[in-house]
Structure formats: C-alpha cells, structure tokens
Design a protein around this ligand. Structure first.
Ligand code: SAH
Length: 218
C-alpha cells in the first residue's frame, strides 16, 4: 500500500495517502495540507514522491507514508495543548506538522544531533505556517543527543523517534507521561516500528507495527 502515494502537488499526495488508508487522522491531514513538503527537501522536483530523500549529513526526510502512519498512530496524543518530543527531527517537517496539531497552547520540542540540520530546519519552518509557533517559543528545536531525550520539557504526551535505536532508550520511557504514547523504530539490520504505551499505573505495553528501514540513532 505504501510507496504508491506519489502526488503532483502537496494536496494530491495527501489525498493519495488518505485513499490508501495510511493517513487516517483528519487533524494530521489538515496539518500536512498546510505544511508544504517542498520547503523541507533539497530537490523541490521530488517533493511529493512517496519515498525517503537524502537531506545530507547521513540523514533523510522520511517518506510521506511513514510520516502519515506515525501521525495517525499518535493522533490521540497530538491534541491541542499537549506536549510532544520529536527525536531526530532532521528536516524539521514532522516537528512542524506536529506543532500545528498541538497549537499555541501546546509545546513541541525537536531534538537533533547535527547542528547544521537544526539550523536548516529552523530556517525552513520560520517562513511557513508554523513560523509564529517558533517565534513564540511554543515550538523549538535543539542540538541534543536524542538518546537522553529532553528532560526540560518532560513529561510528554507523545514521543516520536525518527531514527532506529538498538533498544528503547530508558530516558525516553521515563520522559513519557502516564497515558502517553511513543512511536519508535527499534533494531539494527532488521528494524521494527513499535508503538509503546505507558499506562496510568506506569506499566508499559508494546505493539509491533511493521518492519521498517530508518537511519540509525547514533
Ligand atoms: N523525522 C525526520 C527524520 C530524519 S532521519 C525527518 O523526516 O526529517 C533521522 C534523524 O535522526 C537524522 O537527522 C539524524 O541526524 C538524527 N539522529 C541520529 N542519531 C541521533 C541522536 N543520537 N540524537 C539526535 N538525532 C539523531
């Protein structure tokens, strides 16, 4: 189903992701419609291709179908007013989409270890629909080792991890709110996308969603 959602425009790409049942969240679709992927990819001609693309420094902007899957699985944890951590924020695209979903009353923090990517992502976001959120500090992106998380903004309603960890970092589990959800690719050569829920009593459950191929969390 995935990899088949190419569009000739941002709107057509999003319609195709919805038609294939990958983008099931309406608020996510609305935010993705507002945020033009073309502002986050080096080659604007490939903006709406449903595949990951290199953004330099060994990083990629994930494929639209992966962004759509992750946002849809996190939908209930990306509501206005909620606090979110995006680990390995890379291009900044997904961080900015999340920021639009949680809005001015929420808090979105992106963390990325390549300073040049952080700088570029902030530049790309500044001139777009999430620029105001960046200005007000509701959305921020920091140069940090993602394995440590970002205790300053914890606890989080949702944590999205955009790079594959060998195992789930303990610090990220600790920074997840009871009732919160984390989506994280885990594994080395064989990776799996996991949905990790922390329940109100603090217990943790994991669901294995599908096999994936992400850049490693170094
Ligand atoms: N969601 C991003 C994914 C970028 S690829 C996007 O779609 O643009 C994964 C990112 O994780 C890369 O930018 C890489 O530099 C970053 N990364 C890898 N290991 C990291 C670490 N330990 N801490 C922070 N970022 C890391």
């Amino acid at each position: 189903m995935s990899w088949k959602c190419h569009g000739r425009s941002n709107a057509e790409l999003i319609t195709n992701l919805q038609k294939h049942g990958i983008l099931s969240s309406k608020p996510a679709a609305e935010a993705m419609l507002k945020m033009d992927r073309a502002d986050f990819v080096p080659d604007r001609h490939s903006s709406y291709i449903d595949a990951p693309q290199s953004i330099g420094y060994g990083a990629t902007i994930s494929a639209p179908h992966m962004h759509a899957y992750c946002l849809s699985m996190l939908e209930d944890h990306l509501k206005p007013g909620m606090s979110i951590l995006d680990v390995g924020s890379g291009s900044g695209y997904l961080t900015a989409v999340i920021a639009l979903m949680v809005g001015e009353s929420g808090r979105t923090i992106g963390i990325e270890y390549v300073p040049e990517l952080v700088e570029k992502s902030i530049e790309a976001i500044r001139n777009g629909p999430a620029g105001q959120l960046l200005e007000s500090g509701t959305l921020s992106i920091h140069v940090v080792d993602g394995k440590q998380g970002y205790p300053g903004g914890a606890p989080y309603d949702a944590i999205h991890v955009g790079a594959a960890a060998a195992e789930i970092p303990q610090s990220l589990l600790e920074q997840l709110k009871p009732g919160g959800r984390m989506v994280i690719p885990v594994g080395k050569s064989m990776q799996e996308l996991l949905v990790v829920d922390k329940h109100s009593d603090g217990s943790i459950t994991e669901q294995h969603v599908m096999g994936v191929a992400y850049v490693p969390l170094v």
